[in-house]
Design a protein around this ligand. Structure first.
Ligand code: UDP
Ligand code: MG
Length: 325
């Protein structure tokens, strides 16, 4: 009995949590229900506490006390959602790894369908959001626009309206773990890896409780990471902008000189000058800003700092301690 049990594949569920004390109890309950519906897999739940300032970690620790399937990776501070997900993937030992949000927006029940697809032979099963009730019109519109823009710019197709909710097989996880980049845009990285991928439409639920941990600032950083990590087209746009500005300058020069030489009037000074100076200043700052974004990313890469700092691992027996990368 023990032997056949050990032969069952192991499924790791990775759950990033940041200040989720309002939902974590319910999440644990729903995950337990989900777990009860699975008989032919071994499971581990890898909670990554991304430096929560509330009771999240204490609640997780309490749950881990009487559930040997729960593991906790406690970050030393808040490193951000994408890095928390990466840490969970690093520590997961499963034959397949599922990424799921802590706020129950990704229903655990959908994971059963993901497992079925995995058994059919798919390496990546990503959830595509068909409906997103309870999100602000602003978030919906910006997210929609972002995924379409990203797809136009990116060299690899990244599926539309797809979050990190997904199942990945061990071969994909191993490649993902070997990608050392610091500005991580996990859903794009997984698309880039390839293998046999398939979409699974699901209805994204409302956040169970608490509020979004993605304020506008984090959303903007996330969106620039996505675009910068998967495209150098902004640099080409800078060239295009430069060429346009130069062409307009040439027309302006011809016009100004022509007026001066062949007519009795000339271009009035202040307005023309202001327009030229502000326009060129704007174009230059914009282009320098685009360059700066890429250079900043190069800088963060060459510093070669670790991606995250783990303060504590909980729920691991000595020899299964994850090798910290
Ligand atoms: N999260 C995290 N670190 C952060 C921000 C968010 O680990 O710095 C987690 C959060 O606890 C949740 C998931 O990432 O499990 C998605 O965050 P959230 O639900 O706030 O984003 P939204 O669904 O509103 O886009
Ligand atoms: Mg959410």
């Amino acid at each position: 009995m023990e032997k056949t049990l050990m032969q069952h594949p192991l499924l790791s569920i990775v759950i990033p949590c940041y200040n989720e004390e309002a939902v974590i109890g319910e999440t644990l309950k729903r995950l337990a229900q989900f777990r009860a519906g699975i008989s032919d897999l071994r499971l581990e739940f890898v909670f990554v506490d991304d430096g929560s300032k509330d009771q999240t970690r204490a609640l997780l620790k309490a749950a881990a006390l009487n559930n040997p399937e729960i593991r906790i990776i406690g970050f030393a501070r808040n490193f951000g959602h994408q890095i928390a997900v990466s840490a969970g993937v690093d520590a997961a030992r499963g034959d397949a790894v599922v990424l799921i949000d802590a706020d129950l927006q990704d229903p655990p029940e959908v994971v059963h369908q993901m497992i079925a697809k995995w058994r059919e032979g798919y390496d990546v099963v990503y959830g595509v959001r068909t409906e997103r009730p309870g999100e602000s019109a602003f978030k919906l519109a910006t997210a929609r626009g972002f995924y379409r823009l990203l797809n136009k710019l990116s060299d690899v197709p990244i599926p539309l309206d797809t979050g990190d909710f997904r199942l990945m097989s061990r071969p994909v996880v191993d490649v993902l773990r070997a990608m050392p980049e610091k500005d991580r845009f996990v859903r794009g990285m997984v698309s880039w890896i390839g293998f046999k991928q398939t979409a699974l439409p699901y209805r994204r639920a409302e956040r169970f409780a608490g509020e979004t941990k993605y304020p506008l600032r984090k959303m903007l950083k996330f969106a620039t990471d996505g675009i910068m990590s998967f495209s150098s087209k902004p640099l080409q746009m800078a060239i295009g902008l430069g060429v346009t500005a130069a062409a307009m300058a040439l027309l302006g020069i011809i016009y100004a000189i022509g007026m001066r030489l062949f007519t009795n009037t000339w271009v009035e000074g202040w307005t023309a000058l202001m327009i030229a100076v502000l326009f060129i200043g704007g174009v230059q700052l914009l282009c320098v800003g685009i360059l700066g974004e890429y250079i900043g990313r190069i800088y963060s890469e060459i510093k070669r700092r670790p991606l995250y700092i783990v303060q504590e691992y909980i729920g691991y027996q000595g020899d299964e301690m994850p090798a910290h990368s």
